[in-house]
Write a protein that binds this ligand. Structure first.
Ligand code: HEC
Length: 106
């Protein structure tokens, strides 16, 4: 019985503590960094261009990117998908994402 109990404690520890460990490391990644991973699906891994019509984002000047994204969000600048994507973020989130992407090496 004692052996069973200690095994139960081990399993409990593994199932309860593992997600905890994950949430700790996840909080070390900034929200902007996390959001930027969605950009990389189209703009290339780590913002290095995948080529073609979609521009690279790594090292993109922060202020220009904020303006581009806000303009596409409002519809002032025509876009195919970016306007819809940008609408998913608040203006503050857009500023944070642009700031993060501008720090990546092109
Ligand atoms: C579904 C694919 C897709 C995703 C996801 C995506 N983009 Fe784009 N992005 C595009 C395309 C395509 C364009 C060209 C404009 C258009 O037609 O929408 C573009 C254009 C841009 C431009 C304008 C660049 C220039 O020099 O004209 C910026 C800035 C940009 N994206 C930033 C982002 C950021 C930041 C994210 C993540 C928050 C993101 N994109 C996510 C496809 C995507």
């Amino acid at each position: 019985m004692k052996k069973l109990q200690s095994q139960f404690v081990k399993i409990l520890a593994a199932t309860v503590l593992t997600p905890l460990a994950f949430s700790v490391s996840a909080s070390e990644i900034s929200n902007a960094e996390l959001s930027a991973t969605t950009c990389f699906q189209c703009h290339g891994a780590e913002g290095q261009s995948a080529g073609g019509a979609i521009p690279p984002l790594a090292g993109y000047p922060e202020k220009v990117m904020v303006q581009q994204l806000l303009d596409m969000k409002s519809g002032k600048r025509a876009s195919t998908v970016m306007g819809r994507h940008a609408k998913g973020y608040t203006d503050d989130e857009i500023r944070a994402i642009a700031k993060y992407l501008s720090t990546l090496k092109p």
